[in-house]
Write a protein that binds this ligand. Structure first.
Ligand SMILES: [Fe+2]
Ligand SMILES: [Fe+2]
Length: 359
């Protein structure tokens, strides 16, 4: 082993280097990105408390798909009369999106976020979040298997159904460049590119593309249909809401740590991406509800998608694009957007005591 240099060399990358005798971590040097100097493998001192809090909430919210009974769903799905063809189509479409979307989210966490984020406490939560994405994919597989659906058909829908392909292709395009081995943060251009990836995954994938599919499942639940599948999705939504909040906290922290990145042009870019996402989601909604089911139709959905898009933009300080009201007030009870920040506190206790989710 070569002798250790006593002169610490600065480490600005996210790759850990042990500098013997280096000065102790200065908390002011800890940053979401470009903070490798403050040591990515030393958890303490924690600067980004929101990440540590998210990690603890994630642990308290632990659940597994196999804990939820699917018996009623199995009976309803087998019955010739309890579900309409439109309802069966809607469930297939939702699963067609979900089954691969969480794998796309997990890949980005592990291959982009984890590699370039330099806050050890944020990395702790990313490990928890990545595991939760695996549980979500397991949940969809469990629904497919329980109902006896053709898994080959459902898991291939992202390649074979345009409306799903277009959403997932849009998201995947933001991995290009960032997944390259030689991509590094530390330049204005690359930092903006990375921040754009964070906005796309947190605000659009987890904040818009997931939420409208959640709404479909709550529509079923309100009719007393597929309640086991809907409960699976409620647990997933609780996790996803936490993922989105964490992503938003990271984005807002980068805005403070590197304010030069958040230029008016960058804001315009994010607004254009959200507009494009809303369009893609609307097309998807048309394919999910060609004729409308249980009070949901594509037109109503358009306004709902616009409404949540504005909410997401507002969380990172961007003015609304659509200024519309919530067309599905009942959705507020199920997916209470007003409580995004704190509804976990009320749910955590329920889960800890073995209670089911009751919205
Ligand atoms: Fe997920
Ligand atoms: Fe997620």
């Amino acid at each position: 082993m070569p002798p250790q240099s006593t002169t610490p060399t600065p480490n600005t990358s996210a790759t850990p280097v042990i500098n013997r005798g280096a000065k102790r971590v200065d908390i002011n040097e800890r940053k979401i990105i470009n903070g490798g100097d403050a040591d990515v493998i030393q958890l303490w001192p924690i600067k980004h408390k929101f990440a540590w809090d998210a990690y603890n909430v994630g642990n308290s919210n632990h659940w597994l798909p196999t804990e939820i009974s699917m018996q009623l769903d199995i009976e309803q799905w087998k019955s010739q009369t309890l579900l309409t063809d439109d309802e069966r189509h809607a469930l297939r479409m939702v699963l067609g999106f979900f089954t691969t979307a969480d794998s796309i989210a997990a890949n980005n966490l592990v291959l982009a976020f984890y590699k370039h984020i330099t806050s050890p406490e944020a990395r702790m939560y990313l490990l928890r979040q990545a595991y939760e994405e695996a549980i979500h994919t397991q949940a969809y597989q469990y629904i497919v298997e329980s109902l006896g659906l053709d898994g080959t058909e459902i898991f291939n829908m992202y390649r074979e159904v345009d409306a799903i392909y277009n959403k997932e292709e849009f998201i995947l395009s933001f991995n290009q460049g960032i997944f390259k081995d030689d991509f590094k943060t530390g330049t204005f251009e690359n930092d903006q590119k990375f921040l754009e990836n964070m906005c796309v995954f947190s605000l659009i994938l987890e904040g818009i593309f997931f939420y409208s599919s959640f709404a479909v499942m709550f529509g079923f639940q309100r009719q007393g249909k597929l309640t086991g599948s809907a409960e699976q999705i409620q647990y997933i939504m609780r996790d996803e809401s936490q993922h989105m909040n964490f992503g938003i906290d990271m984005i807002n922290t980068i805005k403070q740590e590197q304010p030069e990145l958040w230029t008016p042009q960058f804001v315009e870019r994010i607004k254009a991406l959200v507009r494009k996402a809303v369009e893609l989601e609307y097309k998807y909604a048309w394919e999910v509800f060609p004729t409308g089911i249980f009070g949901l139709n594509a037109e109503g959905f358009k306004q709902y998608i616009e409404y949540i898009a504005d909410r997401r933009l507002g969380r990172v300080g961007i003015d609304p694009l659509y200024n519309v009201s919530n067309p599905f007030p009942w959705m507020s009870e199920a997916v209470d957007l007003n409580k995004e920040k704190n509804f976990f506190e009320t749910r955590v206790t329920e889960y800890k005591t073995g209670g089911t989710l009751d919205w």
